[in-house]
Design a protein around this ligand. Structure first.
Ligand SMILES: [Mn+2]
Length: 607
């Protein structure tokens, strides 16, 4: 049964969607044999369209030698020529980076390279709230006045036509490196490196901004060495930089496929062993010292700490953390970011609670949500919008009002292009932009009601393609014979998980509750189940599913969406299931009292 499977009675009220294509029995056995792996691995690879032994091997064993050369990025050579010449001629360079993890880490790499090369340079990171995203005319003119000759952007600038013109008019050479969507007209820069320029389809079109900066650092180093064969110190530096690229690639939510997968696999290992003092301090402060760092740790722990600098204060603090040569200073900043991140979490939790409470009071759930309050912190409104989407599965804007001007961020659901909705409402906005999944707007306070009406009318005319019910995309069915720790541990080679390569979800049908369920963890947040299927016993843990405990009793038959895992706590490792969602096999309803919102980065500690 490989068609769409609707499960209206699931505990989390989600629709479960199985893959459209059937994995052929003979095909997966052949693939498993040729790889020397368990059939479960082969089935998963086939379900994810990694069907040939060659592509499967490259996926399971990412190799650094398959990293693409810098020239694979359109325009990169021209950028590298300008920067290398500026280094040699001691022209003053300003690195202008975005305030998020992608911009911060990209800026850091170029900083460290220019420092090692003895260049004359400084950095400029705009203030997230006061200045906003991208290159502004004021900032560019200010930088020119301070004597900069070459302005080099990281993770921004591709749409800054006016600011780039202003920079040229001030006599600067402008070099843009970016990966964001661009418009029909490009800025009048002296050189532009962008992975999708010229409609380039051969290279890595999913590279993040720091990935572009990494390749630029590599190309500049090659020019300074006068050879494609780098000196030992530059080679070592570029290997260390993969830790920064991994941070950015995960935090910027670009697909972890192809070259990005190689960069992240390699970079995650570097994160726990590199000598960058700021990374060591950050890892220590976040509690990951002497622990393996995976994609989840970056996405939910290290990334948010670096982002907290820009959200709650100024992101140049994060650049200082990653570039300082003083370990005491690194520790000090890491502790400070720790405090800022706590502050961010508290602020976010408070606003999320207010926002959810507001939506619950509505007599009816509208097709889209637009919430606005005075004094909601502008640094966290985007995260709150994402929480609303998780909770209500509606395109959502969360805005803050300063009395005259309203601004804020939106997040969308699959099948609803937010940037198109923003364009549709453009006559009511001062400014607005974004992409399918996220965007930002600014408007006069007096226009708020008109905006809400127009945006909601648009959402009701063009509802999300997948509907307004949230779904779980399932990779396939798990047979009782698959429950085997060897098979489960093999699937760990599918990591790192994240955008474009989610942690596998399987459907297992008709498992029996073998013992009374138990709650575990602080305040009984989690649930432990002993299950039986085809005579096999298996332990299952439901993280954040503690409140389901009273609904279950021994003997009950369940269908479950699960992640597979290996419990290594005991001497004998054993297979374990992590419950994502479940329903009763007899189709009877499970009543869930109240939807509870728990921000995942607060409790996500599944290892
Ligand atoms: Mn970016």
């Amino acid at each position: 049964m490989n068609s769409q499977h609707t499960e209206p009675y699931s505990f989390l009220k989600r629709k479960w969607v199985l893959p459209q294509t059937t994995v052929d029995q003979a095909q997966h056995i052949t693939l498993a044999r040729s790889l020397g792996r368990h059939p479960l691995t082969a089935r998963l690879l086939l379900a994810r369209n990694i069907g040939t032994p060659e592509s499967a091997r490259q996926f399971l064993e990412p190799e650094f030698k398959n990293i693409l050369p810098p020239q694979s990025i359109p325009g990169l050579d021209a950028c590298a020529d300008i920067i290398a010449r500026a280094v040699k001629e001691k022209q003053k360079i300003t690195i202008y980076g975005d305030y998020d993890v992608d911009g911060i880490t990209g800026t850091t790499m170029l900083y460290r390279l220019l420092e090692a090369a003895g260049a004359l340079f400084d950095t400029y990171i705009p203030h997230r709230i006061d200045e906003g995203y991208g290159l502004s005319v004021e900032a560019v003119q200010d930088i020119a006045r301070r004597g900069t000759q070459v302005l080099l952007t990281v993770d921004c600038g591709i749409t800054a036509l006016q600011a780039v013109q202003a920079g040229r008019d001030s006599g600067m050479t402008i070099v843009i490196t970016d990966h964001h969507e661009y418009e029909s007209r490009l800025p009048p820069a002296h050189a532009i490196a962008h992975p999708r320029l010229d409609g380039c389809a051969s290279g890595n079109t999913d590279l993040c901004g720091a990935g572009v900066a990494y390749k630029l650092a590599w190309a500049v180093a090659a020019r300074l060495c006068g050879s494609d064969k780098l000196s030992a110190s530059y080679r070592e530096m570029l290997i260390e930089f993969t830790a920064l690229v991994a941070l950015a690639t995960v935090a910027d939510v670009v697909p972890l496929r192809g070259e990005n997968r190689i960069l992240v696999s390699y970079g995650l290992k570097q994160l726990s062993r590199c000598n960058i003092l700021g990374i060591k301090a950050l890892v220590r402060a976040a509690g990951f010292e002497n622990r393996a760092i995976d994609g989840t740790a970056v996405g939910f722990s290290l990334g948010p700490r670096l982002n907290a600098a820009g959200r709650m204060g100024h992101a140049d603090m994060a650049v200082e953390l990653l570039t300082t040569q003083d370990s005491a200073r690194a520790d000090e900043i890491a502790e400070y970011l720790e405090a800022q991140n706590k502050d961010r979490q508290n602020t976010e939790r408070k606003i999320t609670a207010e926002a959810i409470e507001f939506v619950r009071q509505l007599p009816q759930l509208p097709p889209a949500l637009v919430l606005c309050r005075k004094n909601w912190h502008a640094g966290v409104v985007g995260i709150v919008a994402a929480r609303l989407v998780d909770q209500f599965h509606r395109p959502s804007f969360v805005l803050t009002d300063d009395g005259q001007i309203i601004s804020g961020s939106g997040r969308s659901v699959p099948g609803f292009a937010l940037h198109e909705a923003i364009n549709h409402c453009r006559d009511l906005l001062i400014s607005g932009g974004g992409h399918a999944a996220a965007g930002g707007i600014k408007l006069q306070s007096a226009q708020l009601d008109a905006f809400i009406a127009k945006f909601c009318a648009y959402a009701s005319d063009k509802p999300p393609v997948g509907g307004l019910v949230p779904v779980f995309e399932i990779d396939g069915e798990l047979e009782p014979s698959d429950i085997d720790y060897q098979a489960f541990s093999e699937l760990e080679a599918m990591a790192p998980f994240g955008c474009g390569n989610p942690k596998p979800k399987f459907l297992i049908r008709g498992v029996q509750v073998a013992a009374p369920p138990r709650r575990m963890g602080a305040r009984g947040a989690h649930m432990l189940l002993q299950l039986k299927t085809n005579g096999r016993a298996v332990r299952a843990v439901g993280f954040r599913l503690g409140e389901a405990e009273p609904l279950l009793a021994p003997g009950m038959l369940l269908d479950m969406v699960v992640h597979v895992s290996v419990d290594r706590y005991y001497h004998q490792p054993r297979a374990e299931l992590h419950i994502v969602d479940f329903s009763r096999s007899d189709g009877q309803s499970l009543h869930r009292q109240e939807a509870v919102c728990v921000p995942p980065d607060v409790v996500l500690n599944e290892s």
